[in-house]
Design a protein. Sequence first.
Length: 157
Amino acid sequence: MACSSWKDALADCALGKTPEPDLAAHLAICPGCQNALLEGRAMAARIEEALRRSAAVEPPLHGPARVMGRIHGQADTRVWWRWTAVGSAALAILVAAVGSVMWVQRPPHRADLTALSAWRSPTEALLRPPVAAAWTTKPMLGEGFFKVKTLGETHAQ
């Protein structure tokens, strides 16, 4: 800009104010100030257009509440819940992936393992006393566990 004394008046004219007669006379003879006024009006038009576009956009749903919360020093708790949900989802995906890998890589079922699980030690039978069957069975009516031989029976044989 060629003339620094007209700087504030040119800025006012660029923003829409009608030029005063002194400034109009100066603009008629000074091409530098004419260019400065044209550049200022172009910049004002770009700013006006940007403001119109930004005013046409809807604000975020919780935007004003978040701004007011920051002004009053309150923390936004929704962010914590969002990260918790993301972390839970990631953990669930990880558990599902590890589970599927372990399921695919499990050892096959073998028949010899089933036979081995049915095996019993012979020591169990050896340690059982001979009268163990008498401990687990009930005598029938008129029957006894021990047959008592009378004196006549013992000599008869």
